[in-house]
Structure formats: C-alpha cells, structure tokens
Write a protein that binds this ligand. Structure first.
Ligand code: BG6
Length: 516
C-alpha cells in the first residue's frame, strides 16, 4: 500500500517519551470523537487528552470535537466532560486552571450518523479554515456503524490526505463481519491511515515486553522450546459485566478479550525479533505468529478449551457478588465470562510448547501476567531427596507491575545443601516514581504523530478472528458446556484440570485480601 505524503515510516521507539517529560512536538490538530458523549469518551479518551494537554503535548489551536446524536450546546458538552472527569478520573491530577484552557478546546456537533438524511455537508463546515491541520476521526461507536460514518465523511469531503481514522475494538464479531468492516472503511481510508486500536498495546508493561525480549541478550538463547516448558498468559478481572450486559452477552470472553488483547500479548511473547521497531516490521512478525497458531480442531476442543460463567459468590474483599445472569439481566445464557485455552504455535521456535491463555470476569483479583515456565535442569547433582524447582519468569503487566525471575539459591546456614526458590525482582513501584500514563494517552498521541507501530494491521485482525471463529465452531459442534464458577474464584475447576493433564499448574499469586 502506498504511503501518502503525510506519512513517514513510524516506529514504536518514537517518540522518545519519558513519562511525559520528553516528546516530539506536534502541530495543532483536530480530533473528532464520534461517540463523544459515550462511556469510552468520558472515562478514557477525554481524560487522556487532558493529561497530554497538561504535559504540554497538545498545542494551542488544537480542537477536540465531540460528536453524537443528542443535542448539546458547546457549553453543555464542556460541562458534561468536566463532570465525567470528576466522576471517573483521579482528582489528584486535576488542575482547575489547566482544565479551563483545555475545556476551551472542546467543541460539540450533533449528527445522527445512521440517518440516511444526515447532513454531512453541514458537518464538513467544522473544518472550514482547518484544511491543512492533521485530522483524526475517532470512532468510539458500535463497529456496525464504521462504514456508514466513513462514507458520510467521504461524501462530505472531510477525508483529506491528512485525515486518519481510529477504530475501536471489537472490529466485527467474526472473520466475515470484520472483513466487511475493513472493506467498508478501506474504501474511504488507505490502510496507512487506519488505526485499529488495542489498548493493551498502549500499556507501559506491554511495551516493556519488547524491551525485555530485545534489549537483554541473556533471554534470547533460552526463548524457545529448547528451554521453555510452557507459557501462560492470564488477564484476570475482579469486576463483573454489570453495565455492559447487552454487549457482553452477545460477545463473551473469547471475542471480548482473547481475539484481541490476549492474542496480541501472545504475538509479542512469541514473535521473532523484528528488523526494527518500525510499524510494518513489528506487524509482519506478529502476523507470522498468528498464521502459525494451530487451529483447535473439534476433536481437541474438549481437552484444549474450557468455558465458564460466574455464579454468585463472595469476593476477596468480603462483598457478595451477583451471578452473571443477574448482571446481564437474562434468565438463561450460554455466554462465557471465562475462557481458558491450550494453544500451540506450529513453527520451529515453539514446536510442542503449550501456550495457555486464560481470561475471565469476577475472578479472585485483577491480575494480568505472562509466565514463562522454564524446563527443569537435565540432571540434579543434589541427590534425589532435594527438590530443584525449574526457573519461572513472571511478567506482571498489572496491577503491581514487575518482572520476577524465580531462581534456586542455597539457603544459608547449617543443614547441608538446602535450596530455596527466590525471585530476582524488578518491581516498577520500587524503581520508578513517574506517573504511568493511561494506555490511551500514548495511543492517542501516536495517532496524531502518525505512528502505526502499536496499532493492528488489517491482516492481523482478520487472522485473529479466523482462529477464534474455529473455536466457536468447535464449541457449537460438541455443545461444549459452560462450567459455573463462584464469583471471586479463579474460574472453573476444569481450567486447572486442563493444565494438570500435562503436569502443569497455573501460576498462583497470593490473593490480596481486602483488595479487589
Ligand atoms: C476491554 C474489554 O477491551 O478490556 C473489557 O472490552 C475489559 O471487557 C477491558 O474489562 C480490560 O481492560 P484493562 O485495561 O482494565 O485490563
């Protein structure tokens, strides 16, 4: 695909951000948020833009234009966004003077994007006199509306060379619908102007995966089937689906989390070293992993997948939690709020290494991590009575960000050769005091800067859907049961059994009682 004049090759290493203190300046820009009064805009996008404004990254004369169906005056919209900030964001980050200046950048436009009589030409007047400014259209709307909005924008002449579009996940509900959305958007925007967002890629600790793997020589010789027994990728949440029931019940954990966030984490963990951090170098390595993922055939579906749904239970903080059906307000549902998978990557590096993926709502605690379980030493010189644990690397992505390498050391003192397993601990909290920017802060500014490295290319999204679709088809074919688990526990027993069949166990972290 041709690179248009406003684009250069972009790299995840650029700009050199240092938690907000060092950055590449940008020219004033316009960002239009479709779904400007919605949850994502109020909770994440606008607060993130405010933080970047406070860091001095959003120049004067930039504009943030909320768009939605409901009628609001500019000042009403400014108030709505300010109220949302006080409701959802950290008040410690609030500076009234800066907010007043930021608020001055906010504008609002009302249009019903699904109405065939929508006056897009009138909407285009928003850009009068701003023809040369970078223009970002952020579609924080249901994906079935993406093509319509893009067509409207094109018909109104809003899609200039400097226009970019940001697509929120989920892009479709399966391969076919994703392909149709990508086609529709692709008729209006070139691939290099389409930013498919996966907010996990904007997390500090997820970007640190690239640094950990490609800036430390000692890991690479061990990073394959020759030294690694298995890999675990967990994204556990303590929250339920309350408030998003209608969407979630139609999606389930496989579509909501695995198709995007977990498969992206798997790609970053398993991919070969890219030639550079330029967007297409990284994305090309990721797609190779997705293409090498072995489909889970119908005859393996029962041994390699577990579906679960939370029943009522007691959370670690002592609170009672309702069951899934009550949360989504239905009498019956086969939708999974938990999924565990045993996947294989059929290539030279990973032959035979199980990659266990697990995600769920209402689990014991919020915890996302990647665990690299190394093989045991080939022969113990310590005698058969001494247990020698295999090394384990735990990359904790959230909430207590850290990299821990569990190693064997000699326990000092009498008693001969007693071994103890202790971690080399690279804890973020112990080493850094900067504020960790929200994932959206980095990603929004990457769009403005034209940096595509942390966004998904069309072929990645479609390959991920194909893999997920065949699991869904397998579930239907064998009528895979949805196992119940009590809210506040780490999924159904069958998820542990799946690993136990291979003599493996999920990494268990101590439960932080009293915390969610
Ligand atoms: C979203 C999912 O993409 O990610 C949500 O739709 C989920 O269901 C969320 O709660 C988790 O994100 P984070 O950043 O809190 O781990």
């Amino acid at each position: 695909m041709a690179v248009t004049s406003n684009q250069k090759k972009t790299s995840a290493a650029e700009p050199q951000e240092t938690g907000g203190s060092g950055f590449v300046p940008v020219s004033p820009f316009d960002i239009v948020v479709f779904g400007g009064t919605g949850d994502l805009a109020r909770r994440k996008l606008l607060p993130s833009l405010f933080h970047r404004y406070c860091d001095g990254q959003i120049p004067k004369n930039s504009r943030i234009i909320g768009v939605s169906r409901s009628a609001h005056s500019r000042s009403e919209y400014q108030k709505l966004i300010s109220d949302a900030y006080h409701e959802f964001s950290n008040e410690d980050d609030f500076d009234a003077k800066k907010w007043a200046a930021f608020s001055d950048m906010l504008d609002y436009y009302s249009i019903d994007v699904m109405d065939s009589k929508a006056d897009w030409a009138e909407f285009a007047s928003v850009f009068k006199g701003a023809e040369t400014k970078t223009r970002v259209f952020y579609l924080a709307m249901p994906p079935r509306m993406y093509a319509n909005i893009c067509e409207g924008l094109k018909a109104a002449g809003c899609v200039s060379d400097v226009a970019r579009v940001v697509l929120e996940k989920p892009i479709g509900t399966d391969y076919e619908s994703a392909r149709a959305i990508n086609e529709g958007v692709g008729k209006v925007f070139r691939e290099n102007n389409i930013y498919r967002i996966d907010h996990y890629l904007g997390k500090e600790t997820v970007q640190n995966l690239l640094v950990l793997r490609f800036a430390n020589i000692l890991l690479e010789p061990l990073w394959s089937h020759s030294a690694i027994e298995h890999v675990q990728i967990t994204a556990a949440e303590s929250i339920g689906v309350g408030g998003r029931g209608a969407y979630y019940d139609g999606a389930g954990a496989l579509r909501d989390m695995v198709q995007n966030h977990l498969l992206q984490l798997l790609c970053l963990t398993a991919m070969e070293a890219p030639a550079s951090l330029e967007a297409d170098d990284v994305r090309t390595e990721k797609i190779k992993v997705l293409r090498a993922l072995r489909p889970i055939a119908a005859d393996s579906i029962e041994t390699q997948t577990v579906r679960g749904q939370y029943a009522r239970g007691t959370l670690p903080d002592g609170h009672f939690a309702k069951d899934y059906l009550t949360d989504v307000d239905v009498n019956q549902s086969e939708t999974e709020s938990f999924v565990a998978l045993q996947a294989y990557i059929d290539n030279w590096r990973w032959a035979g290494v199980p990659f266990y993926l697990r995600t769920g709502k209402r689990m014991a605690q919020r915890r996302s991590e990647i665990v690299i379980q190394f093989k045991p030493v080939p022969h113990s010189v310590f005698g058969s009575d001494t247990l020698v644990n295999a090394n384990r690397l735990v990359i904790r992505l959230q909430p207590d960000e850290a990299v821990k390498l569990w190693m064997e050391i000699k326990e000092p003192g009498a008693g001969g050769m007693r071994l103890k397993t202790l971690p080399l601990n690279l804890s973020y909290a112990d080493n850094f005091t900067v504020r960790y920017p929200d994932a959206y802060e980095r990603l929004l500014m990457d769009v403005v800067r034209g940096n595509l490295s942390l966004f998904m290319r069309r072929d990645e999204v479609e390959a991920a859907w194909k893999w997920v679709d065949q699991i869904h088809a397998g579930w239907e074919a064998v009528k895979q049961r949805v196992e119940l688990y009590p809210a506040g526990e780490d999924g159904p027993r069958e998820s542990g059994d799946m690993l136990a069949n291979n003599n493996h166990t999920w990494n268990s972290a101590p439960i932080l009682r009293g915390k969610s």
